[in-house]
Ligand binder design. Structure first.
Ligand SMILES: Nc1ncnc2c1ncn2[C@@H]1O[C@H](COP(=O)(O)OP(=O)(O)OP(=O)(O)O)[C@@H](O)[C@H]1O
Length: 757
């Protein structure tokens, strides 16, 4: 009972201390109790009314009233007795009496079912952590009680932030890893880096393994810092729960989370959308878990089965696990392995659900990834028996084959010759040519009422090692479709191509290991430096150690990316020209035997372009390069042979000189006089060459094509001098045919022949 030293003020001061300072109800025998698994045997009741706690009643675990008077005094609302009796209760709490706990009633009627809060003896009440983390309104009542009865101790509401937010806060912290992983995966997809890596030899499995292990490593470090800093800060949540259980729980969860990120990445193609959705999920999950899911967990009436169903959602299973850790700190001073068998402990079910789900989601994500890749033509399975072999040529459907033969017969002799070369190579099974296209076709299916589009038709092409083959053609001719088939982005509709003897329909993964690609867009990581890009792709091409370092240095130097610290700047800070040069460097690193370059010099200044040309010219010596360009100058300078694409088919093939002489057997003569003398000029040209052809006339300026066979340059000079003596010649010029003329001629002829058929 209350003694003289336990007057009212003394009690409240001490009660306050009890709630916010160091007083614990820890029994000296607490550790012994744990092994005997007495979960809630200790009783010491606190009775409260609606607004404030009315007092304490002490109970033994057999529900015998220890102090009848105490209970009676409060029940009757005797204010004087209240203080004294509470003091008595406080004495009792401080005693070594075991097996009691504190509970709060919010009714003035003392019924068992009205218990809102039980404070077990073993709980440390320091810093209010325990009270703050309690379920239900009992906690708030206890604070009201202390504050109301002892106003100067308002600071009792001092909040231990981590404990107060507890499961919600920690759930958010752990969930932060999800947007990070998702964003990174979608970033690689959106910027086509995944395809780029694949095109440089990184297969699906290695990509998955590397990415998965990377995220696992990052997540593990993050979780280690999370738990270690919590423990170092003195949070019992981390200190007292068994480290083994914490490790297993967080390890399984982060694996599940990473698998979900992989699955999510198959659904998004835009980083911003993925990030926004991920953060909505993170914060929404936290709130839903705290304010909805937790009430289901605590409810006695909500079916446990449905709680388990809800735990299939990883965010809820995470919350449940953290919640159980918090509960065990409050009720038992921490969770131990043997506690997993407690019927009320949801940890075991959560661990089982998460483990199973991890495996299912991992396989589902991989399956989805393969399906998505297949949709884009990347990632095909290999099949046997599809190397270049003579028989494969004859196994094709006859109708298609005859069709294409008819088509070829309408083509130029050089195109027919190329087809015959391909036929011969296929029959010989020769691998002397790095690239052999065999009746390659691409038909895009019709959409939105539009007919299907024949983008590439019946293409036969053989490119030997050491040749740079240029593909020219107007917009929409089918150049990109052709390259996309060759690099595995889309599947051929019919026909195939062999790269180093390997079929692009079935052996793309192997082809990638000896292939380099400089795509039309620069597919780079913004945060990696130029050097890091080359080191990465060099490793993919099996370069190691000093060979790798040397190859990277040489590559950086040759493309002017070495000096001035450029190589160690992030690619995101590069100019457009520097990015382009880095893309070319990537395509050439690791000695690929076949290289595709899609408009490599786009956006380069003349000096950089010349530098790039010399690099490509050097590189082509021991590899086959296919290059598309709109620059005739580039085509002429770099390419050993050129192919002109018009409307999806190859119209002519040959080296630049041949093509110029074939399509440009004439000089272009341009002269400007006054309009009055146009007829005289025309007569002069007719006199020089009766077959001269006027191609242009406007306000005194006329342009003629004069067959080279009919005129000598000296005659033209002579004729102009004579004309000058008769009338004023403002300007004149004589030019040989260039590739642009060839381009225009081929396109024009192709369209004419198309309109005839
Ligand atoms: N996915 C597609 N679906 C339907 N038609 C397509 C598709 N991709 C391309 N095409 C059509 O196929 C034809 C060839 O396109 P492609 O992009 O291969 O031409 P290109 O020669 O590379 O043109 P550019 O020089 O402008 O890049 C075009 O008519 C184009 O509209």
């Amino acid at each position: 009972m209350a003694g003289p030293s336990h007057g009212p003020a003394n009690f409240w001061t001490q009660a306050n201390a009890l709630l916010r300072k160091n007083l614990t109800f820890q029994s000296p025998n607490a550790s012994k109790n744990r092994s005997t698994k007495t979960r809630r045997p200790r009783l010491c009741y606190m009775i409260c009314s609606w607004q404030c706690v009315k007092g304490l009643v002490l109970w033994r675990n057999d529900y015998t009233v220890v102090n009848d008077e105490l209970y009676k005094g409060y029940y009757e609302g005797n204010p004087d007795g209240k203080i004294n009796e509470i003091s008595a209760a406080y004495d009792f709490l401080n005693s070594n009496e075991e097996n009691f706990e504190v509970s709060i009633w919010y009714n003035s009627t003392l019924n068992d079912g009205d218990v809102l809060l039980r404070i077990p003896r073993s709980v440390n009440l320091a810093s209010n952590a325990y009270l703050r983390s309690q379920r239900g309104p009992g906690t708030q009542m206890l604070f009201e009680f202390v504050k109301g009865m002892h106003p100067e101790t308002n600071q009792v509401a001092h909040v231990d932030f981590a404990s107060y937010l507890g499961p919600l806060f920690f759930t958010w912290v752990v969930l932060q890893l999800f947007p990070v992983a998702l964003k990174s995966l979608v970033y690689e997809k959106q910027r086509k880096l995944r395809i780029m890596m694949k095109m440089h030899g990184l297969g699906d499995w290695p990509y998955w393994m590397i990415s998965y292990l990377y995220f696992l490593f990052v997540s593990s470090i993050y979780m280690l810092i999370f738990v270690a800093s919590g423990a170092l800060l003195g949070l019992q949540f981390f200190q007292l729960n068994d480290f083994g259980i914490q490790f297993v729980f967080y390890f399984i969860y982060i694996n599940l989370q990473i698998s979900f990120a992989f699955l999510g990445a198959t659904l998004f193609s835009n980083v911003k959308t993925a990030t926004v959705v991920a953060y909505i999920c993170v914060f929404g999950t936290g709130f839903l878990a705290r304010f909805l899911f937790q009430s289901f967990v605590e409810s006695n009436s909500f079916p446990k089965m449905w709680v388990m169903v809800m735990e299939i959602y990883p965010g809820f299973s995470l919350y449940r696990g953290i919640y159980e850790f918090a509960q065990y700190i409050i009720l038992e001073g921490g969770m131990r392995w043997e506690d997993l068998n407690d019927s009320e402990n949801g940890m075991k079910e959560v661990l089982i659900i998460m483990s199973l789900e991890w495996l299912v989601v991992l396989f589902a994500a991989y399956g989805m990834d393969v399906v998505v890749s297949l949709g884009s033509g990347v990632g095909r399975r290999q099949s046997q028996n599809s190397r270049m072999n003579p028989l494969s040529f004859f196994w094709k459907p006859n109708l298609q084959h005859k069709d294409s033969r008819l088509h070829v017969q309408m083509d130029n002799a050089d195109v027919i010759q190329e087809r015959e070369k391909v036929d011969q190579l296929l029959h010989e099974s020769s691998t002397s040519h790095a690239i052999v296209c065999d009746n390659l076709q691409k038909i895009y299916p019709g959409r939105d009422g539009n007919p299907e589009k024949l983008a590439v038709q019946g293409l036969y092409l053989a490119v030997p090692q050491g040749e740079c083959f240029g593909i020219l053609g107007p917009n929409g001719a089918g150049k990109t479709s052709f390259i996309s088939m060759m690099i595995g982005l889309i599947k051929p509709t019919f026909g195939t191509a062999f790269v180093q003897g390997l079929d692009i329909r079935t052996h793309m993964d192997q082809i990638y290991t000896s292939m380099g690609v400089c795509p039309q867009d620069d597919l780079l990581w913004e945060t990696l430096t130029g050097r890091e890009h080359l080191l990465f792709y060099g490793r993919l091409k099996n370069l190691r150690g000093s060979a790798l370092t040397q190859a990277v240095e040489e590559s950086l130097k040759s493309l002017n990316l070495f000096h001035g610290g450029v190589s160690d700047k992030q690619a995101g800070k590069y100019s457009g020209g520097m990015k382009r040069r880095l893309s070319v460097a990537i395509s050439l690193i690791g000695d690929p035997k076949v290289v595709y370059m899609d408009e490599p010099s786009t956006g380069l200044d003349p000096a950089s372009r010349n530098n790039l040309w010399s690099v490509v010219k050097k590189a082509k010596q021991d590899r086959a390069i296919i290059l598309t360009t709109h620059s005739m100058e580039e085509a002429e300078f770099l390419c050993d042979r050129l192919g002109f694409f018009v409307d999806g088919s190859l119209r002519c093939i040959g080296n630049p000189k041949e093509l110029k002489s074939r399509y440009g057997g004439s000089y272009v003569f341009t002269i400007t006089t006054s309009s009055d003398h146009e007829e005289e000029v025309e007569n002069m040209v007719q006199h020089l060459s009766p077959s001269a052809n006027k191609v242009y006339q406007l306000s005194g300026t006329q342009k003629f094509e004069i067959p080279k066979s009919e005129v000598r340059i000296a005659d033209v000079f002579q004729a102009v001098e004579t004309a000058k003596s008769k009338f004023t010649v403002f300007a004149w010029g004589l030019a040989d045919t260039n590739m642009e003329n060839v381009f225009i001629k081929v396109s024009r002829e192709a369209h004419q022949s198309n309109s005839l058929t």
